[in-house]
Design a protein around this ligand. Structure first.
Ligand SMILES: [Zn+2]
Length: 64
């Protein structure tokens, strides 16, 4: 599951730097977190491109 925190509060103001974190439900791997708008963008691309190649589910019990 990819979690992206844009760092904007409920009033729409920038509260802190954007952050992203990836928790894979399949292989139980956590990547990140990273902080900063450029880092977040790169991280999302990285997760989508790279994680899939090394995602090895440890068990199939979660599959429906
Ligand atoms: Zn995975």
């Amino acid at each position: 599951m990819l979690t992206v925190d844009l760092g904007v509060n409920e009033k729409g103001h920038r509260d802190h730097a954007p952050r992203a974190r990836y928790e894979c439900q399949r292989c139980r791997t956590t990547e990140g977190p990273v902080e900063g708008s450029i880092a977040v963008t790169t991280f999302i691309e990285h997760v989508r491109a790279v994680h899939a190649t090394r995602c090895h589910p440890t068990q199939e019990s979660a599959s429906a």
